[in-house]
Design a protein around this ligand. Sequence first.
Ligand code: FAD
Length: 393
Amino acid sequence: MDFAFTAEQEKFRQEVRTFLDAELPPDWVGYLGGTTGDHVVDRGEGWQVFQDIAGKLGKKGWLSLCWPREYGGQARSYVDYLIFAEEIARRGSPGYNPIAMKMLAPTLIDYGNEEQKQQHLKPIARGERFWCEGLSEPEAGSDLASLQTKAVKDNGHFIINGQKTWSTLANHSDWCFMLARSDPNSQRYKGLSFLLVDLSTPGVTVSPIKNLAGESSFCEIFFEDARIPGENLVSKESEGWPVAQALLAHERTSIEFVAMVQSLIEETIKYLKANPGIAPASARDSLARLAIEAEIGRLLNYRVAWQHDQGVATDLYASIAKLYSTELFKRAASAAMHLIGLYGQLDKKETIAPLSGWIEHMYLVSFGATIAAGTSEIQKNIIALRGLSLPKG
Ligand SMILES: Cc1cc2nc3c(=O)[nH]c(=O)nc-3n(C[C@H](O)[C@H](O)[C@H](O)COP(=O)(O)OP(=O)(O)OC[C@H]3O[C@@H](n4cnc5c(N)ncnc54)[C@H](O)[C@@H]3O)c2cc1C
């Protein structure tokens, strides 16, 4: 078994690092570690910085690394993509919209028709079109199949009525993909359609929600008689569930969270060295433990990437990686807060906050990580049922 990256992959990792050194704004040190860059958009120039870097990443061809060439892709491996995502998250770089690049694009490549691929993939690859995910509803999260937003067929269109919630970056997105119930007589998984919605469509309203860290990183989306062209249906009418399942398996690779754990370990060690005497006796034990766990997290995620490149089903192992990586992120943020001491609780508005308030920020956002993309309990259910073949109920 060979755990090493190839010489080209090592070179590529270095190339991404060099690019980020050159392109990130000089004050970026205060924004280390993030998965979608959503924590930067509330900042004055945050969204502009996000878009500028997205354009540059697009020019490099890094927003479409493992897609086929005919859709603007680079036909590289999924492992290459993970290297890119790991480096981006380690620096908390903006410009990377995993909702479009990691989730929607591979789903469209597998399930979309030719017109949909031509219309949507190239703008994502260029970093020009931003997407959000419209799956959760106020009464349908873990039990997604109970969703109630309706899509009624009318003269070649779908009329959408209902509400989505927790939609990350919807306030900055151009388009949204969603599941809606197109067969009113259907039960649960049956009768759901997967639709692509231009958010500027009349009848669509986006309303930001403040998260635990006080930022507008996710939103509600309201649909009131919104008319969506029939050609925006992906796959067949009322057969959207397998499309959403494929999309969720892509969503659950979680190297970004492990990268943030590595940043947390590195920055905590730097801070403790610069401030001798503040480290509690438990510091060595906690940091050594976290360093081992971060290695385990990396291996779990790179295994999913390797399986992907071998054409093996990844859903079970993606759930294992997601569960492990996000729970580890939560433990690491809590440990860093503890090790840095009481000042670690100060936020970025306080000039004396250690690491520009980054520890406090990581601690607050770490809770959402174990909820988004399916909670830890749901991942355990998947592992128990699909991996361990335990009976339901
Ligand atoms: C930071 C963040 C970003 C998000 N971004 C998006 C987004 O972009 N788009 C989107 O559509 N959604 C998004 N979500 C929503 C997310 O997918 C849901 O919050 C999640 O699926 C849980 O659903 P819920 O909040 O309705 O909780 P519930 O489903 O009501 O769950 C409540 C609790 O019950 C537990 N539970 C529920 N069912 C079971 C079960 N069968 N077995 C054991 N325990 C169970 C859950 O684990 C949880 O602890 C985001 C959420 C967060 C926190």
